[in-house]
Ligand binder design. Sequence first.
Ligand code: FMN
Length: 314
Amino acid sequence: MSRIGETRVGSVSLRHPVMTASGTAGYGIELGRYLDLSRLGAVVVKSLAHFSWQGNPAPRLAPVPGGMLNAVGLQGPGIAEWIEHGLVDLERTGATVVLSVWGFRVEDYVTAAELIAPIASRLAAVEVNLSCPNIDHHSDGSSHQMFAHDADLVTKIVRGMGRAGMPLWAKLSANTTEVVTMARAAHEAGAEAVTLINTMRGMTLVDDGRRPSLGNGAGGLSGRVIHPIALRAVHEVHAALPHVPIIGVGGVTNGSEAFAMMAAGASAVQVGTATFADPRACAHVQDELDSLVRRRGVGDWSSIIGCAHGDGNR
Ligand SMILES: Cc1cc2nc3c(=O)[nH]c(=O)nc-3n(C[C@H](O)[C@H](O)[C@H](O)COP(=O)(O)O)c2cc1C
């Protein structure tokens, strides 16, 4: 099916609003067997740190009705290794590449930015994963604290990532009531856009309630079950900060859910957990979104972004 034209996220122009969500499409060309990666808005790779990391103990995944829990724990080879292998493979496919970055401390992000700066021209943007555990806060005894709960840390990290010299997308969490405050802090610190949302914290028990299903105890809830939460976060941030581009992510499994994200205020949409059930999910969501928008007689994306607020046909 022919596609509707490009969309913009801040200064970044994308072939299509639909892209992969970090952590659900590998580091490189894993999904290339199932779909044409060059037709996606972008391939957002799993979050990488400046160091390699082994992740959490197994089991790391647990199905729940309407989604899944994961505690993969950001296992990965590290940015330098990825540049040599994953990035090179992705470039051969013609895909638009977005690198996602994580760290335990502010300094980890600064080091990552320094590694990225020399390859800036090979990436469309860097997504700054602010929704991962912050070990400085853990050592204070406050468990499960994330950067995206603290506007001061969000500001420091986004500023530090500025050294990459690239468009930055700040990936935030809805595990806070302060999502607008975090989005404002990220944008004022230099993030061109915010990605909403990462997984919601949750857990399930097994063995007649004797132990958690995940080796890590709690984990991140994703999939259709979180779609209304993601939609609310996108709507809330767009209402408060209509000038800040948003990438909507959370439980998008079809064209209507992608459309809803855009109507709520997202300029682009990511598909995550749906890919585990169907590795072609991104392409299906693209096709369905295109036909839905065509049926409405809309020829460009900007006229649907935020239309649920009455600011559609801008
Ligand atoms: C197995 C798994 C691994 C993930 N890894 C990352 C990651 O490395 N970095 C990140 O920013 N988000 C990660 N996420 C979160 C997704 O990118 C996405 O924000 C979340 O799952 C909500 O979207 P979904 O419901 O479409 O999956 C991961 C999600 C899953 C299910």
